[in-house]
Design a protein around this ligand. Structure first.
Ligand SMILES: Nc1ncnc2c1ncn2[C@@H]1O[C@H](COP(=O)(O)OP(=O)(O)O)[C@@H](O)[C@H]1O
Ligand SMILES: [Mg+2]
Length: 136
């Protein structure tokens, strides 16, 4: 699949969360990711989008297809200009939630990606990057 474009999905509502999930799944399918990985990728995007709506109100999910030294994969960047995360290590603990949620979103996303990065400062928003490589 030759696609070096970036797919930007604005996220500000529950409907957008569903759209982001579906587009992530379709992109992963088009690249040839196995069905199980498509589900993991769609779930990660869904959790990141859900967090944007819940905690920041609005933001963007950007998905890019990448090729690096013969490897192909997806990079998902979830970005918002919301309140940020005061304590990132804490937010990554299973069961930690400031909203009475299950607190499994971020730890789950971290676990299912091959690479995972959070940049967040209180008052300056949050950017979360996840990479998933296609294993041949
Ligand atoms: N985009 C975000 N902006 C601000 N805070 C966030 C964001 N995403 C996650 N958080 C914080 O990290 C915590 C853990 O997130 P998560 O693991 O998805 O669990 P849950 O959403 O169930 O609370 C949230 O409760 C919230 O405090
Ligand atoms: Mg969550």
């Amino acid at each position: 699949v030759a696609d070096n474009g970036e797919h930007r999905i604005p996220v500000a509502s529950d409907a957008d969360v569903i759209t982001a999930r579906q587009r992530a799944r379709a992109l992963a399918a088009g690249m040839g990711f196995p069905v199980t990985d498509r589900t993991l990728i769609a779930t990660a995007v869904s959790e990141l989008a859900r967090n944007i709506v819940a905690y920041a109100g609005s933001g963007v999910i950007a998905i890019r297809i990448v090729e690096e030294r013969g490897k192909r994969g997806l990079i998902v960047v979830a970005e918002d200009q919301g309140p940020g995360i005061a304590n990132v290590p804490r937010a990554l603990e299973r069961g930690f939630s400031t909203s009475g949620g299950l607190g499994l979103g971020l730890p789950g996303v971290r676990q299912l990606g091959d690479e995972f990065e959070i940049e967040s400062r209180p008052g300056q928003g949050t950017r979360i990057t996840v990479r998933k490589w296609m294993h041949v």
